[in-house]
Design a protein around this ligand. Sequence first.
Ligand SMILES: Cc1ncc(COP(=O)(O)O)c(C=O)c1O
Length: 295
Amino acid sequence: MSLVPFDDRDGWIWLDGQFVPWREAKVHVLTHGLHYASSVFEGERMYGGEIFELTAHTERFFKSAEILDFKIPYTVAEIDEACKATCAKNGLTDCYLRPIAWRGSEMIGVSAQQTKIHVAIAVWDWPSYFDPEAKKKGIRLTWAKYNRPSPETAPVAAKAAGLYMICTISKHAAEKDGYSDAMMLDYRGYVAEATGANVFFVKDGAIHTPTPDCFLNGITRQTVIRLAKDRGLQVIERHIKPEELSDFTECFIVGTAAEVTPVAEVGQYRFTPGEISLSLMDEYARLVRRELVPA
Ligand SMILES: Cc1ncc(COP(=O)(O)O)c(C=O)c1O
């Protein structure tokens, strides 16, 4: 893990339409986004000079803002171009991108109708979300303390900063106990997702994955479902009870940061990274590098 703080690096950050030196891309302490989580963001990766599913990410970015009742003051095409330009300005062709939009400082009460909407894009080298050695063997997850909330309780379809509060607490508790991550249940007690990635299971050659009705239907999740179906694998989206994990032989989590990561343990349940997890991990890696042409 890098020990170089994220506010003390060389490079350029795109901030409200301009490139600013990395260390100068700051916000004031009285920023609405900081106090009330009126902030939405994206996580994307560029592979060999191309951002995987760039426009899908940008469109989700705009959708997330709309759900939080604000409008990003650019077009999707402008943000797409700004993402590419930020990678180029920093001389990176393989990197992680973090677009973020938030309410500014004009108002600091709960109501914030007149705040300016700010947008920034930062990019950096971020090779593997999980330790590469642990990844090959399958990572270990424990159960999270918090559940994903109901759509009646929170804007669950938005990639909104506030929804990550329970993820950070859960991931910290897992790491304290020596695990890589935590598996979250939803408000009904069904298996939902990890703290920053969707989950898949394998049983009798078929793939089972939770229905994304109270968490992000990740772009990687949708890609992996396509890859699996193209190979003729059956993909079943349904509600999965935690005790059903004893029936599954393989498990893997997927997300832009995690890519496809095999899982060896979720709490008391054990899995062996097998043919389906490992081949989808490999196919995804080839697809994002344009070495695999989708069917
Ligand atoms: C909570 C959560 N779920 C799922 C995902 C996977 O989404 P995607 O594949 O679009 O990156 C992410 C990562 O962005 C996430 O943070």
